[in-house]
Design a binder for this molecule. Sequence first.
Ligand SMILES: Nc1nc2c(ncn2[C@@H]2O[C@H](COP(=O)(O)OP(=O)(O)OP(=O)(O)O)[C@@H](O)[C@H]2O)c(=O)[nH]1
Length: 492
Amino acid sequence: MTASATATIAALPAVETERVARDSRPLRLITCGSVDDGKSTLIGRLLWDTKAVKEDQAATLKRDSSGQQNDLGLPDFALLLDGLQAEREQGITIDVAYRYFSTDRRSFIVADTPGHEQYTRNMATGASTADLAVLLVDARVGLLEQTRRHATIATLMGIRQFVLAVNKIDLTGYDRARFEAISHEFKELALSLGVKQVTAIPVSALKGENVVYDGRAAMPWYEGPTLVETLEKATVRSNQTVGFRLPVQRVSRPGESFRGYQGTVAGGAVKPGDSVVVLPSGIVANVKQIVTFDLVRNAAVAGDAITLVLDRQVDVARGDMIVSIDSQPMTGRRFDAQLVALQPDGIEPGKRYWLKSGSRRQRVTVAPTSQLDLKSGKWNAADKLSMNAIGKVALTFDEQAIFDTYEQNRTTGAFILIDPDTHNTVAGGMVTGRHAELGGIHTGDERVILSLPADLAEKLMATEIFSSRRHDADVRHTSAGKASELLADLDR
Ligand SMILES: Nc1nc2c(ncn2[C@@H]2O[C@H](COP(=O)(O)OP(=O)(O)OP(=O)(O)O)[C@@H](O)[C@H]2O)c(=O)[nH]1
C-alpha cells in the first residue's frame, strides 16, 4: 500500500492516488520534525498499526530490525522508510515520498520529506499539497528553532490545521506537566502565525501510544483524541473556492468541423451552457460540449482532464485560460508573490526569468522586497534572496498575466521561475495578489493629476463622472483636492 514519488515544486498539483476515499477525499498531511524527533518511527507506526504494510514488507521489517537499538522487541519502524534515500535525484528534483494508509473512516496521504539540507524546499513541496501538518517535538527537548521554521513554512504554504505530536513521552515518565508546558508554548506560536486549529497529543511513536491506539494505560491523565482520530476529523483544504479554471494545454483540431480546448480543470466546475471567458483576450463564449477521452460528459470538475468545445469560433492558444464569467482570476502585469529560492545563485534583484504556471510560460522581471527570518518569523527588507530563503517579490510581466491567489487556488496561484540561460528551476512560488502600486488619474495629455492606489484609480475612472468627462478640460485641471472630494463622494 505504500508508494512514493519524486516531485518538483512545479508539480504542485496533487499526485494522484488510486485509492478511493471511503467517505471523502483523502486527507493529505505532512510530517515535520528535527533530526531524531522520531518522524520516521511515527510514520512507520501509522502504516503498521493501520495495516498499510504489506505482509512481505512486514516480514522483512521484523527480520531487519532484530537486534536494532530499541530493546522493546518492537520492529524499527524507521526502516520502512529507508528505500527513500535511493530515490533521491540530482538537480532540482525534490524528494517527497507519498505514503498511503487508511482507516475505516478515511484514507490518508502522508508526504514524507527527507533530507536535512534542502529541507526548506522539500518541505515547501510537501506542504503545498497538504491539508494539515503534524509537527513533532521530542518531549524531553521541547520546541526548537526548527519547530518555528516548519510551522512558518507550513503556514506560508496555506496550511491552517496543526497537530503537535509531543513524541517520546515515554522517556519523560509520561510527564503531564511537561506535555502541557510544551503544548501551551506551541499554541502561542501557532496563534502568532494565525493558526487556530491546533491539537496537541502526547505520543510514543515507538510504543504506539496515542498514534492509532490510545495510550490510556500509560497516560490516564490524557483524555484527548489519538493522532489518527484527529486526522479522521480534520477538514480537506478545498481547491474550489473560486470559479471554473481551464488552463489550455492543447488546441485539438482533428478535422475542419471540430475544435476543442484541452487541459485539466484547475478549479471549480463546468457544464454545457455555462458562459465562459477566454483570457487574456477576454472573448466570451458558451460551453457547447465537454468531452473526455471516451465520453461526452454533462459536467466536469477540478482534476478532470477534458476537451472543451465552445459554441463559437474563438481564437484560443496554449497558455490561455478559459474561466467562468462570474468569478474571474486576476489579470495584469504586476503581481506580488512569495517564493522559495532553490539554486545556489539565489534570486538577483531585477533579473529576468521565464515564469511557468500550468501551461503558460512568460517573461518576467523579479524584484525581491523582503526575506523571512525563520528564527523570529519577521519579514526583513531584502533586495536579493539566497538559496532556501523564503522571500516576498514583485513580479513584472512583459505581457498580461493571469493568476488566482495561491490561497484561493493552489494550481492557478503557483508558479516556478526558470533561468533562461541555464534552464534551471530557480524558485517555486505562490501569488499573493496584484501588486499594489501608485496609479494615477491621467488626463488626456498624460498629466497625472492625482496619485493614488491603482485599484482606487480604476474605480474612479470607471465612474460616470470620470469616464464621461475624461477628456474634458475641467477634469484635466481638476486639483488634487477636488479629486479627493470626488473620491470621498464615491466612498459614501
Ligand atoms: N523511546 C522512544 N524512542 C523513540 C520514539 N520515537 C522514536 N524513537 C527513537 O528515536 C530515534 C530516532 O527516530 P527516527 O524515527 O529515526 O527519527 P527521525 O526524526 O525520523 O530522524 P531522521 O530520519 O534522522 O530525521 C530512534 O532510535 C527511534 O527508535 C518514542 O516515542 N519513544
